[in-house]
Design a protein around this ligand. Structure first.
Ligand code: FES
Length: 103
């Protein structure tokens, strides 16, 4: 299933959260590319979109765990929490499109 999130107008290094009801995603723009992770941090549920981009990581605002934007890997704090689920976003005609598995 494809969900249109809105305009692909993020600034470089910007994060933006999208509440989709049963799911929320955090989209970041890094080196001109859009990348996404689940927004609810798997450690204690804070919103990653309230954090910051550091290189290719999103750093959670609550306990500073950094998640890799490509793999979702917990890149800074092994053992503190799991890797973060990723999401796939593309840009079509200037709009951000999220691909979600149905089920
Ligand atoms: S809630 Fe994200 S690191 Fe703790």
């Amino acid at each position: 299933m494809r969900i249109e999130l809105g305009a692909a107008d993020l600034e470089e290094g910007e994060l933006r959260g999208y509440d989709l009801g049963k799911r929320a995603v955090c989209v970041a723009r890094v080196n001109g590319r859009y990348k996404a992770l689940d927004d609810w941090c798997n450690h204690a549920g804070c919103l990653l979109s309230g954090g910051r981009v550091d290189g290719n990581l999103v750093v959670c605002p609550c306990h500073e765990v950094g998640f890799d934007l490509d793999s979702g890997a917990n890149a800074t704090s092994p053992g503190v929490c799991d890797d973060q689920p990723t999401a796939r976003v593309t840009v079509e005609a200037g709009r951000l499109i999220l691909d979600v598995e149905e089920g």
